[in-house]
Design a protein around this ligand. Structure first.
Ligand code: ADP
Ligand code: MG
Length: 729
């Protein structure tokens, strides 16, 4: 029996795994995290204070107490049954990496002991040669090192019976170049902190720290594991490269917010429990638009912690799914013809005085502060739309952006009617010669009760890639598999840069003798005028918007290789260098890595398409073709006239045509790949893979294969069909 029918037969026996969900969330939350509170309990006063102050200041921990801290962490972990530790980091492959070492060691005289020294906590040297470096490290210089980022607490990962202490680290080369997603993110957050504090101090001298906040919404699909295993394309690429749409998919919209199927519900409760222990504050869960699609979202946190938590959760979701004989598909587009998955990044900034800088305030002063940060965000997105677009570019996300169900590749900002009106008023009523009376009028105008109005969910536009949703912006174009660090690095850097510029301009006006508030209003007005073309309130999915955006001169780059060009413009180099995020070298290396990732992904997809066609689809189709031939021959021999088997002949002709076309196109695709593989320049090669392999063949081959799926005897078809993967569980 084929894997497909095994999978279908096995479904009913895959009864739900038992999950003990009786624990109160508050009872297990953070139980596997070395929080400051835990530190207080297990560390000496000296070590605790030192750790706390490093945390507050974002510094490395003091070597002098590192041993004490390490011992405290080991004692805590061992009490929980941990035997190994690892530095946990986020290399540019997009997954997380770990290399486990045991606490166990032998002393000089051979006595076995358990130990975890300060050095092992603070710094490690994993063999880095097989992580992408974009040429930053010559191959003979394989060493990079991981260093603990104390802003992220150590945690215990439970895998089956094994428990591992994970130390969240950054990953850098010996020359100090970043080799991961985390190091540049921390730099960007630092740049934002400095720039935002400076601007906040116009309004409130008490602000000494600004942190960016992130709440991601993770979309995903879940399917039965046996079905998954019967689909080599899912196993190899995370998406189905073939598969005819089922008669029913999402058109009835009966899945969205519907009741969650029990098997999935149990799975959710299980991974949520794991997440709570790891301190991931999951809050919501629901069905998504497509069948078998779901979403979860946490309470927002500081960006660096939120980024870690998302990477960690993707890992946990994957592991826990296997316990339930399920597979979670995090890919942006696992199934053609139905919605793909994104990861909305809700983003804002908060002061250490407790103010959300993107929440409209209640007094004129706080409202002017809100307006300042609000308009600066719009200006940042306007000025660096291309860099922001590049930050979310990936082979899988190309299936979403610009397709009909996800935000377009055009970056625009939605702010809602009310704030559009406010900006319009500022633009029209603030003049260069604004005097004191204008000033008071303006203050009153932007002071109206904005919050209630904005928090209303109805004032939302789901087609915008970057939307204001009452007290935060929501960057919706991020892909579901993405590490949020990359878009967050860019967003916080462009914000820092824009705020720095803003301060310079305001200060210049103040120096000329303008009153502070008036100077601020002037620059705000200037920014509104300069960036209003990025504002768009209409249907972002419409053809009309693409045309309008072109008229406005907004970039609309639909493919990754070209979108990535924005990383290397003079503008981008200056942006990242002047804010100390990336040197030119680092930027070029990253660009190279992203292109290589793109090439490899398309190459793997192309190979699996060829392989499946040749070894799965064509043999099946040819067997059925023979059956028809025999049938027709038999009928003919029995003296039945042609008209008596005209239908069989017609089917035979169709099948033969699709067989021929498939075989022919696969052959040509392989030739095209060979041409690409001989190209030296990575960018040229990536563009060639996109246009000469992917665009030239993927849809065409799929068309013929999907037709064959409809024509060939269902019993003979090996690959689980869409209706089975999406509706059976
Ligand atoms: P949606 O209606 O878009 O599905 P959800 O309520 O599911 O919205 O998700 C909103 C996300 O935004 C949550 O993760 C929430 O914690 C986050 N969020 C709320 N306020 C902020 C903020 N100030 N900064 C960052 N994220 C925030
Ligand atoms: Mg959302």
């Amino acid at each position: 029996m084929s894997l497909r029918f095994n999978a279908i037969n096995g479904l009913s026996s895959n009864s739900t795994v038992k999950v003990d969900g009786s624990a109160k969330i508050t009872g297990i939350f953070n139980s596997n995290v070395f929080t400051l509170q835990t530190a207080r309990e297990v560390l000496s006063e000296e070590a605790y204070k030192s750790l706390r102050s490093s945390l507050k200041a974002g510094h490395k921990i003091d070597r002098a107490v590192a041993n004490q801290i390490a011992n405290g962490i080991r004692a805590w972990a061992e009490a929980k049954g941990v035997t190994h530790f690892t530095h946990w980091f986020q290399p540019l492959t997009g997954t997380t990496a770990e290399k486990h070492d045991s606490f166990f060691t032998l002393k000089g005289d051979g006595t076995p002991i358990e130990q975890f020294e300060g050095d092992a906590l603070v710094q490690q040297e994993p063999d880095a040669s097989s992580f992408p470096s974009g040429g930053l490290r010559a191959t003979f210089e394989a060493r990079g090192y991981t260093a603990w980022d104390p802003s992220s607490p150590p945690f215990i990962m439970e895998i089956g019976q094994g428990k591992t202490l994970c130390i969240p680290t950054i990953f850098v080369s010996y020359t100090g170049d970043s080799l991961d997603y985390k190091a540049p993110l921390l730099k960007a957050l630092d740049a934002l902190n400095k720039a935002a504090v400076d601007v906040c101090n116009y309004f409130d001298k008490n602000v000494t720290r600004v942190t960016a906040t992130l709440g991601w919404e993770q979309e995903y699909f879940v399917i039965d594991e046996a079905m998954y295993n019967a689909r080599p394309d899912l196993v190899m690429t995370g998406r189905t490269v073939y598969g005819h749409s089922s008669a029913k998919n999402q058109q009835l919209e009966d899945h969205y917010f519907g009741s969650i199927p029990e098997r999935i519900y149990t799975y959710m409760r299980d991974f949520e429990t794991e997440a709570y222990k790891l301190g991931i504050p999951l809050r919501t869960r629901h069905n998504e638009v497509a069948p078998a699609q779901f979403e979860c979202a946490p309470i927002f946190e500081e960006v660096s912690v939120a980024v870690d938590h998302n990477s960690l959760l993707m890992d946990v979701m994957d592991r826990v799914a296997r316990r339930h004989n399920l597979r979670v598909l995090l890919h942006e587009k696992p199934f053609a013809g139905i919605n793909g998955s994104g990861k909305h990044n809700n983003w804002s900034m908060a002061t250490d005085t407790g103010v959300n800088l993107l929440a409209p305030g209640k007094t004129p002063k706080t409202n002017l502060m809100f307006l300042t940060f609000f308009v600066n965000t719009i200006k940042a997105v306007h000025d660096y739309a291309d860099v922001l677009r590049a930050s979310i570019a990936s082979a899988p996300n190309d299936h979403r952006l610009g397709a009909n169900e996800a935000p377009p590749a055009i970056i625009s900002v939605f702010i809602g009617q009310y704030l559009s009106k406010v900006l319009q008023d500022v633009k029209e009523r603030v003049s260069d010669k604004m005097d004191e009376t204008d000033e008071s009028m303006l203050k009153i105008d932007i002071h109206k009760s904005i919050p209630e109005l904005l928090m209303d969910n109805t004032d939302r536009n789901r087609t915008s890639p970057f939307a204001f949703t009452g007290n935060k912006f929501e960057f919706r174009a991020v892909g579901s598999t993405a590490n949020c660090a990359n878009p967050m690095t860019v967003l916080n850097t462009i914000m820092a840069d824009t705020l720095k510029q803003f301060k310079k301009e305001v200060d210049a006006l103040i120096e000329k003798g303008e009153k502070k508030e008036i100077a601020i209003m002037h620059v705000i007005r200037q920014y509104i005028v300069a960036s209003e073309k990025v504002l768009f309130e209409g249907d972002g999915y419409s053809e009309a918007w693409a045309k309008e955006a072109e008229k406005r001169g907004l970039p609309n780059v639909k493919t990754t290789p070209l979108a990535l060009d924005a990383m290397l413009t003079d503008k981008a180099k200056k942006l990242f260098e002047s804010n100390h995020i990336y040197s030119h070298n680092e930027l070029e290396a990253r660009h190279e890595i992203e292109l290589e990732k793109y090439i490899k992904k398309v190459q793997i997809e192309s190979r699996i398409m060829g392989e499946l066609a040749t070894s799965h689809i064509l043999p099946t189709a040819i067997r059925y073709q023979n059956l028809l031939i025999n049938n027709i021959r038999g009928l003919k021999e029995s003296g039945i006239p042609e008209s008596g088997f005209a239908n069989q002949k017609q089917i035979l002709e169709k099948i033969s045509e699709h067989i021929n076309k498939t075989a022919d196109l696969v052959e040509k695709m392989i030739e095209a790949r060979k041409v690409c593989n001989n190209m030296d320049n990575t960018r040229t090669k990536a563009i060639a893979y996109q246009s000469q392999v992917k665009d030239a063949f993927f849809d065409q081959i799929r068309y013929h294969v999907d037709k064959l799926e409809l024509l060939v005897d269902d019993r003979e078809w090996y690959l689980p069909k869409y209706r089975e993967m999406l509706f059976l569980r």
